[in-house]
Design a protein around this ligand. Structure first.
Ligand SMILES: Nc1ncnc2c1ncn2[C@@H]1O[C@H](COP(=O)(O)OP(=O)(O)OP(=O)(O)O)[C@@H](O)[C@H]1O
Length: 497
């Protein structure tokens, strides 16, 4: 494309080996181009139209009027005049315009609102026109900027992957044929063809992060590191490859650990922490149709593997844990905040009725199973127990089952549990919920965690004289060993073992 009169840039769009996707788009005989009237999309529309002419295809230019700028009507007129002029010269191009209605909600960024509205409108218009290939004029600088902006927001691999070259969404292939092209090539093409374009005043408005980056940060960066654009765009490609791998891995793991009934709770124990996290994130996305906030993902990783039942808010949805499976369901009211870790049904968890408390038991793989100590003589007596092997420990005298579960983090070394004392509550005990917190009265901890009296009903576990575990609350943070080789956690469930 650079400086040449040949509309080479459109060739990738029409003939690039994008597999059946691109072939199908061109096969419909119609190519759609998202045309703002600005520098880049003017060049792309021209190049595509010239290529289409040679290939016997038609082009529809799609222009979105965002209703944000007082100049937007003028941009529509410019776009129409440009397309009419090319059509008058016999080029196979027409224009479609759609005006967005509404405005950003309170607190919503104008840029994000405009992007979402524009994308929805482009999709509608391409579909109505009968095109299944839509070209966007992003180039390498745009890709580098997107990577940088995502990095500054602390994005993960998916965000750093920036924009894909092509992507099928709802039967439409969104393609960016110039994503590898430097901005200078687009400029050279414009001047070689003496093309006129609109200079959008919002591009000089530093209110938007991207524009600020373009005007203030980018020139300084290029002065220091001339190869920054290429390097950042390449980094985005690495991230795309990482994301593709993550997807493949998640598909494999979810095929094994999830089905129509939800995600099996044992997924977290069965997979490595990074893989379990990846599968969870993909599953939440699949179930809710949108990415889950990382706070929720982290929380589920921490709490869901150990909870008996639970609910975690997720926007208009809730993640429910019931009978060893996680499910994403529509949020119900009143909403319970947080999860419960007891195996008994709690008043705040009105899920499907369970015929017995055992129905709430998740199906963790038990590595070992040992019986209650023969010395146990009732819930009021003290007893020692060897809990150094993961597994289920039915304690009929206490009216429930203790489980030792392998966990990825926030556990205690199993080897420390060869002599654990079981004691009834005597009053005055202090429990520490968080590593950075302080020990507080056990009763207060139960109250603030919303643990109802029946769920507290079980043995307190001690290592020597140090409180190790309390029913409904889990491990005392003072016993958690961040460097434990095979960390385990404990869970108490009332009901017959
Ligand atoms: N109002 C619009 N109508 C149709 N397509 C648009 C519109 N705004 C942007 N696009 C499409 O999205 C691409 C990226 O837009 P963006 O505003 O991020 O970049 P840009 O560098 O300002 O692009 P341009 O120079 O083409 O306006 C554009 O090149 C164009 O293909």
């Amino acid at each position: 494309m650079a400086g040449s009169a040949t509309p080479r840039a459109a060739e990738p769009a029409a003939g690039e080996s994008a597999g059946p996707s691109t072939d199908r788009g061109v096969g419909s005989g119609l190519v759609a181009v998202a045309y703002s009237g600005g520098r880049d999309s003017t060049a792309l529309l021209h190049a595509t139209t010239c290529s289409a002419d040679q290939l016997g295809l038609r082009v529809v230019a799609l222009h979105i009027h965002h209703g944000l700028s007082t100049q937007a009507d003028g941009w529509v007129s410019h776009a129409q005049a440009q397309v009419d002029a090319w059509a008058a010269r016999g080029l196979p191009v027409t224009l479609q315009v759609e005006r967005l209605s509404g405005q950003p909600a309170a607190g919503e960024s104008t840029e994000a609102w405009a992007r979402a509205g524009r994308h929805a409108a482009l999709r509608r218009m391409a579909e109505a026109a009968g095109a299944d290939l839509l070209l966007l004029a992003h180039h390498r600088r745009d890709q580098a900027e997107t990577f940088l902006l995502q990095a500054l927001r602390g994005a993960g691999a998916a965000g750093l992957a920036a924009m894909p070259k092509r992507q099928w969404r709802h039967g439409l292939c969104w393609a960016r044929p110039w994503l590898d092209q430097p901005r200078e090539s687009v400029e050279a093409y414009l001047s070689a063809h003496r093309l006129e374009f609109i200079d959008d005043d919002s591009n000089t408005h530093t209110r938007f992060a991207r524009n600020h980056l373009r005007q203030a940060v980018w020139p300084a960066l290029l002065a220091q590191a001339p190869g920054a654009e290429t390097a950042l765009a390449r980094a985005a490609e690495w991230a795309q490859q990482a994301v593709a791998l993550q997807r493949e891995m998640a598909e494999e793991d979810l095929a094994r650990w999830s089905d129509d009934d939800g995600l099996r709770q044992a997924w977290a124990q069965a997979l490595s922490p990074a893989r379990a996290l990846n599968a969870l994130r993909a599953w939440l996305h699949r179930e809710a149709g949108r990415a889950a906030p990382s706070t929720l993902v982290q929380r589920l990783m921490r709490e869901a593997p150990l909870a008996g039942v639970g609910r975690w808010p997720f926007g208009a949805h809730e993640v429910h844990l019931y009978r060893g499976r996680l499910r994403v369901e529509a949020a119900s009211t009143p909403r319970a905040v947080g999860s419960t870790s007891s195996g008994s049904s709690s008043p705040s968890a009105p899920m499907r009725r369970a015929s017995s408390p055992l129905d709430f038991l998740p199906s963790f793989p038990s590595v070992a199973c040992s019986a209650a100590p023969s010395t146990a003589s009732g819930p009021t007596a003290r007893a020692d127990l060897d809990l150094s092997q993961p597994g289920r420990y039915p304690l009929p005298d206490w009216g429930g089952v203790l489980e030792v579960l392998l966990v990825a983090e926030r556990g205690v070394a199993a080897s420390r549990l060869s002599k654990v004392s079981l004691r009834p509550r005597e009053g005055g005990e202090r429990f520490q919920a968080h590593e950075r917190g302080l020990p507080r009265a056990l009763k207060k901890c139960w109250q603030s965690a919303g643990i109802a009296a029946p769920q507290r009903d079980g043995p307190l576990l001690y290592l020597g004289d140090t409180l190790l575990f309390a029913p409904g609350l889990g491990l005392d943070a003072r016993c958690i060993d961040p460097d434990a080789q095979a960390p385990v956690a404990l869970r108490w469930t009332r009901g017959p073992g």
